[in-house]
Design a protein around this ligand. Structure first.
Ligand code: HEC
Ligand code: HEC
Length: 209
């Protein structure tokens, strides 16, 4: 008996999702890495995204594949199962021996490959949409050095957070800040914190007198 996950994994190739997306060490690099996608997103959101990407994010370059209900459910089951285990086989890409002493570069790679970028956007661009949150967007991170000490930032990343609702009587936001302490160790979180601090907008660090 084929499990829904296995069927979904096969659809991932049939529908050429791997042309743009990478899982572990295989697939393209034109779009966000999906090795941790099942950790950072819940099934409800994954299903909604696959149903119609542009309904969630107007300007997305991911097409609507017009998947049949059963196919979509199997793909969602596969995606929901991806919680980083495919890096265990090949090594986490930020631990590549050639970059071990380049701490900022390693932090940047974690930001990309663990998928902070999937919600918070590229360093300078800011966040992706969310439902029923103030401003309708996930916050950008280039200025977090101004709002948090390094210790606070590490604690926040490890614990995660449910966003506040814009309309208290409205639905729960479908996207939450995950508790990364479940899948990243303290050293990895420290690399992220240094990377985020390095994004502080230029000029501000000279404010002291
Ligand atoms: C032409 C490239 C392309 C193809 C092919 C493609 N995607 Fe995407 N996908 C994207 C882009 C780009 C994004 C990020 C959203 C954005 O910035 O527009 C994305 C986002 C996603 C996300 C959300 C990731 C996250 O963590 O937020 C999932 C899940 C996803 N794609 C699954 C799939 C599946 C499953 C297929 C095949 C049925 C597929 N994609 C095919 C380009 C592609
Ligand atoms: C699935 C989407 C998602 C992913 C992936 C994600 N975040 Fe978040 N993050 C959020 C949301 C939503 C919030 C806003 C929470 C709130 O409203 O308090 C947030 C808030 C934050 C904040 C606080 C920003 C502020 O201005 O207070 C930091 C720092 C942060 N995230 C860091 C990270 C890092 C580092 C990663 C990668 C390891 C990451 N996030 C991955 C959704 C995500």
């Amino acid at each position: 008996m084929e499990t829904p996950e296995r069927l979904g994994q096969a659809h991932f190739i049939t529908f050429t999702c791997n042309r743009c997306h990478r899982v572990g060490s295989s697939g393209g690099t034109d779009a966000v890495d999906l090795t941790f996608v099942g950790f950072r997103h819940n099934r409800e959101w994954l299903d909604l995204w696959l149903k119609d990407p542009a309904a969630w994010k107007k300007d997305t370059t991911m097409q609507n594949f017009h998947l049949q209900e059963k196919t979509r459910r199997e793909l969602t089951a596969y995606l929901a199962s991806l919680k980083g285990q495919n890096f265990d086989k090949v090594g986490r890409p930020w631990n590549d021996s050639r970059i071990m002493s380049d701490f900022l570069e390693r932090g940047r790679i974690i930001y990309e490959k663990a998928g902070c970028i999937a919600c918070h956007g590229k360093a300078s661009q800011g966040g992706y949409p969310n439902n029923n949150v103030p401003g309708g967007k996930i916050p950008p991170l280039e200025a977090v050095a101004d709002g948090y000490t390094k210790e606070e930032l590490a604690g926040f990343i490890k614990k995660g957070r449910k966003p506040d609702k814009a309309d208290p009587n409205g639905p729960e936001p479908l996207i939450e800040m995950p508790a990364w302490g479940q899948v990243l160790n303290d050293a990895e979180v420290a690399l992220l914190v240094d990377y985020l601090y390095s994004l502080r907008p230029k000029g501000r660090q000279e404010d002291a007198w």
